[in-house]
Design a protein around this ligand. Structure first.
Ligand SMILES: Nc1ncnc2c1ncn2[C@@H]1O[C@H](COP(=O)(O)OP(=O)(O)O)[C@@H](O)[C@H]1O
Ligand SMILES: [Mg+2]
Length: 272
């Protein structure tokens, strides 16, 4: 299963991605979390020290990976298949949360016509990652909609769009949801985050109704999150917190069993 998490900057994408990845790993899924934000910070919430996080070589700078995937001997022809085992063993970093972490790195020109090998490999990895039934990939996306519909997110099974009750955050969430739907993502759902009262919850629900969106959960404002942020605590330290309980409820509503599906293979592809 491949789940992407998107939303305005600061909406709570990394919290939701880390929470879902942590809970899935604890349930026994081999879980790969992909930090596709150009300012990556998912590693901290998954329990990495800043030293360990800083030592990660992002995919965009991983010459060995890029050469392995693009060195077919034919210009423009890349080996595109990746399976989770392969990526986990060779390129991802284990984290204390039990989740394997892959950092994409800065992919500024992605989707803007640049076909340089690093970008092709990143696009291919997201697109062609083959997932077995007991594996999960959680994608913490760049803020905004830039990645969607340009080869990054079309292959995901579900897009979770995170927003607080703020109008700007909801407007961006609406655009992301529409783009995700148009890109053919089969399930798109809204998560209300940092919600302080029933009035804010109503704002989320009304927005969703007006935009024909499903609300898959409401995460309350949680002072434990603020404390964890200040202390630099990992998601596992939030066990029993209102925020992580709400993410657990979201996960059961998503019902990972329904998202399980083996993926088709395509050995090579010419990227233009
Ligand atoms: N439900 C919540 N309650 C309290 N603080 C939250 C909550 N969700 C997120 N935060 C805080 O808001 C900030 C932004 O969250 P983050 O997940 O990093 O957003 P994004 O990845 O979308 O930029 C972080 O400091 C985080 O601790
Ligand atoms: Mg983030």
């Amino acid at each position: 299963m491949k789940i992407a998490v998107a939303g305005k900057g600061g909406a709570g994408k990394t919290l939701v991605a880390a929470g879902i990845a942590y809970l899935l790993a604890r349930t026994g899924y081999t879980t790969l979390a992909i930090d596709a934000d150009s300012a990556p910070n998912l590693g901290f919430l998954l329990g990495l020290s800043s030293g360990d996080a800083d030592a990660i070589v992002p995919v965009s700078k991983n010459e060995a990976l890029i050469t392995a995937k693009t060195g077919t001997g034919y210009p423009g022809v890349y080996t595109l298949n990746f399976n989770v085992d392969d990526v986990v063993l060779k390129y991802a970093v284990p984290t204390p949360a039990g989740v394997h972490l892959l950092v994409m790195g800065t992919v500024l020109s992605m989707g803007t016509g640049c076909t340089c090998p690093a970008n092709s490999v990143i696009r291919a990895l997201l697109h062609h990652l083959i997932i077995d039934r007991d594996e999960a990939v959680i994608l913490d996306m760049e803020a905004g909609v830039e990645h969607i519909g340009r080869g990054t997110a079309e292959s995901v099974d579900m897009m979770l769009v995170v927003s607080d009750a703020n109008r700007q955050s909801l407007t961006i969430a609406g655009t992301i949801a529409r783009t995700a739907h148009d890109a053919g993502i089969p399930r798109v759902a809204l998560i209300g985050n940092r919600i302080v009262d029933v009035g804010q919850e109503r704002v989320i629900v009304d927005f969703a109704r007006a935009h024909n969106l499903v609300v898959t959960g409401i995460i309350p404002f949680d002072p434990a999150m603020v404390r964890a942020g200040i202390a630099g605590d990992a998601i596992s330290a939030l066990e029993g917190s209102d925020a992580l309980c709400a993410i657990g409820d979201i996960l059961s509503r998503i019902n990972p069993e329904r998202l399980k599906r083996p993926q088709a293979r395509a050995d090579t592809e010419t990227l233009t």
